[in-house]
Each structure stands twice: as C-alpha cells, then as structure tokens.
Write a protein that binds this ligand. Structure first.
Ligand SMILES: [Zn+2]
Ligand SMILES: [Zn+2]
Length: 189
C-alpha cells in the first residue's frame, strides 16, 4: 500500500509539474528562451510541431536520475523508485495524450474534454488552462476558463477536425468547434 501511495504521489507531482512548467517556463518566462520555451513557442506557432521524442526521453531520463536519489534519501529506495515510476509514467502519459489531441479525433468523453480544454489554451487564451491532462491546478491557481465553441484558425486546424470527404468541419464536431478562415473579417488569431 505504501508503494502504491508513493506511485500516486509521483503521479500527482507530475500533474502539478505539468501545470507549473507549462505556465511559467512555457509562457510567463518564455522570453528567457529556456529549454522548454523554445520548443513550446514553436508548438504554439506551428501547432503540429512537437519536440522530438529523443529530447523528451532525455528529459525524462535526467529527471529520473535526479528524482530517484533525492526521493530515495527521503523515503527509502523502494518508495523512492515507486515515486519516480509514478512521476515518469504520468509524464509519458501526458506526452501521449497531448500528441493524440493534436493528431487524432477523440474516442471518449475524457479525450473530448481534454481537446477542448487544450485548444482553448492554443487558440483563445494562452494565459489560462495550462494543465493538459487535468483542470485541477488551473482551478487551484485560478487560471481555469470553461471553453465554449473553439474557433480554430484554418491554417492550424487539426487534421481530424475536417471531414475527409468535404475537407470542411466534420459535422460530429460542429457543436464544439468552428474553423475560422482568415479571409473572413472576424478571424480569430
Ligand atoms: Zn498543444
Ligand atoms: Zn502553451
């Protein structure tokens, strides 16, 4: 049970890190061009861009190499390792869910929620909704905004948003999304 608790604590730590890192390194202090901001600014500018997997793997390895001995010193090697396992596996889960949000249509209610929450951050207000996999920390720190209809600029439209036959917005997503063409006067940037 104690090991399971350590895993859960590691997972919760990642969840908080996901919010804090994205909010501060990715946006608030992005001008410093820290390691995260360089990739993240590019992800915002070209929404189909993701940092290469090797960089993410390297980041996870560095984090594991630092977190494991520190956690082991505090709670012992078994629980320290369990904590790291919880942290790193939820980090990888986040990477997977975020990537899928951009490239694949939602397959369940959670994925549908995640996409609206995240694309609101991308296309409406980048200073809110920093959590990708959960709204918890945005709610705690007052940076949560409930998305309504997401207006997606045509050049950033996720491929799954379009009906493959017509190339227009897939009617399945019409209640939640709009594709905004630049040529129209009310285009949202
Ligand atoms: Zn994104
Ligand atoms: Zn962002």
């Amino acid at each position: 049970m104690k090991l399971l608790f350590s895993v859960a604590l590691g997972a919760a730590s990642w969840s908080l890190t996901e919010h804090v890192m994205h909010r501060y390194l990715g946006h608030v202090f992005a001008r410093n061009r820290n390691f995260f901001a360089v990739e993240h600014v590019r992800h915002h500018a070209t929404t189909s861009y993701f940092a290469p997997a090797w960089k993410k793997g390297a980041a996870a390895a560095v984090v594991a190499a630092i977190v494991t001995p520190v956690a082991s010193m505090i709670v012992g090697p078994r629980r320290g390792l369990a904590y790291t396992a919880g942290f790193v596996s939820t980090y990888l889960g986040y990477e997977w869910l975020h990537y899928r949000a951009h490239v694949a249509a939602p397959t369940n209610r959670y994925e549908a929620w995640l996409r609206k929450h995240h694309f609101y951050h991308h296309f409406h207000n980048p200073s809110v909704n920093h959590g990708v996999t959960s709204p918890i920390w945005d709610r705690v720190f007052g940076t949560y905004e409930e998305p309504d209809v997401i207006r997606v600029p045509a050049r950033h439209a996720m491929p799954w948003l379009r009906d493959p036959e017509t190339g227009k917005l897939d009617p399945r997503f019409a209640a939640d999304y709009e594709i905004v063409d630049k040529r129209k006067p009310k285009a949202a940037a």
